[in-house]
Design a protein around this ligand. Structure first.
Ligand SMILES: C[S@@+](CC[C@H](N)C(=O)[O-])C[C@H]1O[C@@H](n2cnc3c(N)ncnc32)[C@H](O)[C@@H]1O
Length: 257
């Protein structure tokens, strides 16, 4: 059952990650209880006291509570538009914030490869607050489940599958990625630099109004002048930093002047 102690933990979680759980509080309380029991805490209160001081425990907890759903070739219209824009640029770099387990960034690179544009990619940086999914992205090893939208010829070209069960991204794609565990709200985010294309899809949807604004600030700072931002369909922003909003063929993107 959801209690005041659970509420305190969720407040703390929200303050650090921007993620809030308005509707699913009982489900989350159950997850927290199971997590505490498995790790031998006598109650939720003592767990919370340790959580505030113990970085590895905090990371495990973040890994438990974040929703990392993703797959290859998800919402491809924006990626196709990005590929068309990339043809106009001699070289460019890309940020995926968040990358989850890597399916979206690898889809972007495979799409660029299909258009013959891979040599123009400087680097693709992928960040996520969940360390488990970043490890998966770095491994670049997937099961069939992630590939249900991937055309067969693309699987054949860009994955090695010695046993037909596991599918590993080929090294010419993998060498272009740099995956990092990173909270978009941390000060250290400034060190990531600036990018020509920024994808931030299906993360802002988990934030409330205040953290959306903070996320917007970070995303704005990632854009080079002329840089393009793609958000997911449900990732609503207020456009507080006056990016140029463009609607083209049913796709919305934002550009820094
Ligand atoms: C649903 S996934 C979206 C993945 C991918 N962009 C896509 O659209 O398929 C959302 C990801 O956002 C990450 N996330 C949530 N809050 C974050 C934060 N404050 N900083 C960085 N990543 C965060 C989660 O860990 C999760 O992997």
């Amino acid at each position: 059952m959801y209690s005041l102690a659970h509420g305190e933990i969720l407040e703390y979680f929200y303050a650090k990650t921007g993620i809030h759980f308005d509707e699913k509080k009982d489900v989350v309380a159950h997850k927290i209880d199971t997590f505490c029991q498995l790790r031998g805490f006598r109650d939720v209160h003592s767990f919370f006291e340790t959580l505030k001081k113990d970085e590895p425990l905090w990371q495990e907890f973040v890994n438990l509570l974040t929703v990392n759903e993703t797959y290859f070739f998800r919402e491809t219209m924006q990626i196709e538009m990005m590929v068309a824009m990339a043809k106009e640029r001699q070289n460019f770099n890309i940020l995926c914030a968040p990358s989850s387990s890597g399916e979206e960034p690898y889809t972007i690179l495979m799409s660029l490869a299909e258009a013959g544009l891979l040599p123009r990619v400087g680097k693709l940086t992928g960040i996520d607050i969940n360390s488990a999914v970043i490890r998966m992205a770095q491994d670049g090893m997937y099961s069939k489940r992630s590939l249900h939208r991937t055309p067969a010829e693309v699987v054949q070209k860009y994955f090695k599958t010695p046993d037909g069960q596991k599918f590993e991204i080929t090294s010419d794609i993998k060498r272009l990625v740099d995956f990092r565990v990173q909270n978009i709200f941390d000060q250290s985010i400034k060190n990531l630099g600036q990018f020509d294309f920024v994808f931030s899809r299906n993360m802002i949807i988990y934030f409330d109004k205040e953290s959306r604004l903070e996320a917007e600030r970070a995303l704005y700072s990632f854009l080079k002048p002329g840089g393009i931002l793609f958000l997911g369909h449900a990732d609503l922003i207020q456009n507080s930093f006056n990016l140029k909003k463009v609607v083209q063929g049913g796709i919305v993107y934002y550009q820094k002047e």
